[in-house]
Design a protein around this ligand. Structure first.
Ligand code: SF4
Length: 346
């Protein structure tokens, strides 16, 4: 491959076709790049845009984010899923303020020591926010490189090979634009299926063009996600308030509010309710898909005035609490018992 011609072609295309995104402003701001990159992990650009605006409006600087409470951050994160990102974002803001006087470090090694920042995010911050040479490899870039060089190894075992090729062809002159150009190309032209090779600015450098590029990166068939089962307890008192509790900080949906549930087991088990009394089973089940498993919860509805270790909340005040999507599905079912609850997200 003629690397300098390749770089010229992709950068020329980017000048004309770059996406206008709120975190891409003329003067790069590492805080903006960092927040957007964390939000974009596992989430699409259209979804992230409105969250990014609200987040920046609420906490315009890393110092303001560091002073917020974790509950406030989780509350604003509601609906984005994968809440460990929000917890790490908050922790990372505190570290940047306490250990780096509020200034983002430029070196990848230092960035990677911060919570929630891995190889990719460190490289993205360094190249996009600081315009410093770095090898940025996200899912889009992995796909483009697998195709450009017709990599036959199975993905993800091929990640090391992909990174080697990425290092060979990356631009030291315009690192930020180059990384964003490949990301944009991957999202609009070199898409997972039906890539638009006929309008691709780097088609002359690509070995996969005319050779079924959809087949790259090569992947083994995905194993089916395992299933888990459990019970959610919807508990009401004589004032019509509903019982909610904070989930443990560590673990899935950690630190978020929710209704008590049984253990989520690999098979249906007999459950022990939080108190003795009459329980009514809802006719609708909650179906929810996490990254690593599908979850089905039945809902048991009960009434008590016992003291329980949590909060009694009027339903009209539910909006004041950070409920993950799974718990919002329970609320929807309990208010419209025949509604379907199947959806994906955390
Ligand atoms: S020519 Fe086709 S497969 Fe190759 S990089 Fe462009 S869009 Fe992707």
């Amino acid at each position: 491959m003629n690397i300098s011609q390749f770089q010229k072609d992709i950068l020329a295309w980017y000048q004309e076709h770059q996406r206008i995104l709120p975190w891409r402003i003329k003067i790069s701001n590492p805080y903006h790049t960092w927040v957007s990159e964390i939000m974009l992990q596992q989430t699409t650009v259209p979804t992230v845009i409105s969250y990014f605006h609200r987040f920046l409006e609420r906490w315009p600087t890393v110092q303001e984010l560091a002073s917020a409470s974790l509950d406030e951050v989780l509350h604003l994160w509601q609906g984005l899923g994968y809440y460990s990102r929000a917890r790490n974002l908050h922790l990372c803001a505190k570290k940047i303020v306490e250990e780096f006087q509020g200034v983002f470090p430029e070196e990848e090694a230092q960035l990677k020591k911060l919570p929630g920042i891995g190889d990719y995010t460190a490289a993205a911050i360094r190249s996009i926010a600081f315009n410093k040479p770095s090898i940025v490899v996200d899912g889009n870039i992995e796909r483009i490189i697998s195709r450009l060089f017709l990599i036959q190894e199975q993905f993800p075992a091929s990640k090391r090979t992909i990174k080697k090729y990425a290092a060979k062809i990356s631009s030291n002159e315009f690192p930020g634009d180059y990384a964003q150009a490949l990301m944009d190309l991957g999202s609009s032209i070199c898409t997972p299926s039906n890539p638009k090779c006929y309008e691709c600015p780097i088609q002359n450098h690509c070995k996969a063009k005319d050779r079924n590029p959809d087949r790259y990166p090569k992947r083994e068939k995905k194993a089916e996600k395992p299933k888990r089962y459990g019970t959610l307890f919807w508990i009401e008192n004589s004032k019509g308030e509903i019982f909610i509790e904070k989930r443990p900080e560590k673990g899935l949906l950690g630190g978020l509010m929710g209704f008590p549930t049984s253990e989520w087991a690999t098979h249906r088990k007999k459950v022990t309710a939080p108190f003795k009394g009459k329980w009514k089973k809802s006719p609708t089940l909650i179906s929810h898909t996490f990254t690593h498993f599908h979850l089905t919860l039945e809902i048991l509805e009960g009434t008590t005035n016992e003291t329980l270790p949590g909060l009694w909340v009027n339903q009209k005040d539910f909006g004041q609490h950070a409920f993950p999507t799974l718990m919002k599905k329970a609320i929807k079912i309990m208010n419209h018992p025949t509604s379907s609850s199947a959806a994906t997200g955390a």
